[in-house]
Design a protein around this ligand. Structure first.
Ligand SMILES: O=C(O)C1=C[C@@H](OP(=O)(O)O)[C@@H](O)[C@H](O)C1
Ligand SMILES: C=C(OP(=O)(O)O)C(=O)O
Length: 404
């Protein structure tokens, strides 16, 4: 097993880092580029998930393997369903074969798609025969993963009559749906969201258009954590926009309560530690809109000895790993006290952190990156550190740059 031993960081965290483009925006725009070939994209993410997406779209064989990339799996299921005269087997890693796609497959089938399960009912691998979908109304459960909704919205403008999508029940991870609508809007595709229904109008062609992708906000979370855990720290990260399409930009507000001040300076974020902590903010924090930063927040709060009660975590169990269980296991190894349910997590304040603990990462990039900043408190070991490449391949180089 590969291990990365991180000595205790003694330096004040300081430096400048350029972070790759948002993987969520990249994977949406890559799909849209297939439909609108004069769309130009700049600052595409260099993450494994976006590289796998590009490879899949360029594929000329009968099988595509998208590894651990959830967005690629879901968006490509919709994409291959409308790619006329194509026939493809879409598969992924062992974990991907256990991440559900039934809600999306049923919605696509109701629009006329031809999709078959090759192993377990409701899960990849899928055999997809692409064809013209004639229907333009779909009803879908929005409470399990917003990726199913985004997948449908991405193909919607190519359908003859566009799409009316009606939600059954609650909707989760809403900012990701808004991101999809925001990108469609940038391509002059008209949409509306009224009550429980999203309507997308058809669009056949696009005038030449360039979109510059903002850097990844989920990746920024690890710098927020480093700055929160290090007095006098100052880190500049680029390139960010003042009006982000990424819901994880809520980090600026959340970490303000952990003593991190964010300033925008010509496309960059300057993060400074001002030690002004507001522990009551964490008495109940609902993360249904920003599930990917839950691990970072738990690790920061643990390192700072701040109690937190996080709710809205119902999607964490079906991500790269069951993130609730993974967090419980690793925080307990470090000597912390933590309780979990299927949708919430309670961390108790702790003063002591065990040294030289090997953190298991469960094929989950965010477990590795979220726990690394704890090296500011104790020497710590990260197992299988290369997992970071799923979203942030140069993470360890950048981490080194600001901490050593
Ligand atoms: O649409 C997207 O780009 C994403 C949506 C979220 O998933 P869920 O909607 O399943 O929570 C998020 O966790 C994932 O990392 C990326
Ligand atoms: C959940 C994530 O990704 P995905 O669902 O796209 O695999 C993530 O990046 O944290």
């Amino acid at each position: 097993m590969d291990l990365l031993k991180l000595e205790k960081i003694t330096k004040t965290v300081n430096g400048t880092v350029k972070i790759t483009g948002s993987k969520s925006e990249s994977n949406r725009l890559l799909i849209l580029q297939q439909f609108y070939s004069n769309l130009e994209i700049e600052n595409i993410s260099n993450s494994d998930d976006s590289e796998l997406m590009q490879k899949a779209l360029a594929n000329t064989t009968s099988k595509v393997n998208i590894g651990h990339a959830g967005t690629a799996m879901r968006f490509l299921t919709a994409y291959f369903s409308v790619k006329e005269n194509s026939e493809i087997v879409l598969t992924g890693s062992h974990r991907m074969k256990n991440r559900p796609v039934k809600i999306l497959v049923e919605a696509l089938r109701s629009l006329g798609a031809n999709i078959e399960y090759l192993e377990k009912d409701g899960y990849p691998p899928l055999k997809i025969k692409g064809q013209k979908l004639v229907d333009s109304f779909v009803e879908i459960d929005g409470g399990v993963s917003s990726q199913y909704i985004s997948a449908l919205l991405l193909i919607a403008p190519t359908l003859q009559n566009g799409l009316k999508l009606k939600f059954k029940g609650k909707v989760t991870s809403i900012p990701y749906i808004k991101m999809t609508l925001g990108l469609l809007q940038e391509l002059f595709i008209e949409s509306s969201w009224e009550g429980d229904t999203i309507t997308i109008l058809p669009k056949a062609n696009l005038e030449t258009k360039k979109v510059v992708i903002e850097s990844d906000w989920s990746s920024a979370s690890y710098y927020y954590s480093l700055v929160a855990l290090s007095k006098n720290a100052e880190v500049t990260i680029s390139s960010y926009k003042q009006n982000s399409l990424q819901g994880d930009s809520v980090l600026a507000e959340i970490y303000k309560n952990l003593g991190v001040e964010t300033t925008y300076k010509t496309n960059a974020l300057v993060l400074k530690n001002n030690s002004a902590i507001n522990t009551s903010y964490f008495e109940e924090l609902n993360l249904a809109s920003a599930p990917d930063i839950a691990q970072t927040i738990v690790a920061t709060c643990f390192g700072m000895g701040v109690a937190c009660y996080l709710t809205g975590l119902h999607t964490l169990k079906i991500k790269e790993t069951d993130r609730l269980v993974a967090l419980k296991n690793e925080i307990e190894k470090l000597g912390g006290k933590i309780e979990i349910t299927n949708e919430s997590l309670r961390l108790f304040p702790s003063e002591k952190i065990n040294k030289n603990i090997a953190i298991a990462t469960y094929d989950d990039h965010r477990m590795a990156m979220a726990f690394a900043p704890l090296a500011l408190k104790v020497p710590i070991v990260i197992e299988e550190p290369e997992v970071v490449s799923k979203s942030y391949p140069t993470f360890w180089l950048d981490f080194e740059k600001v901490t050593r």
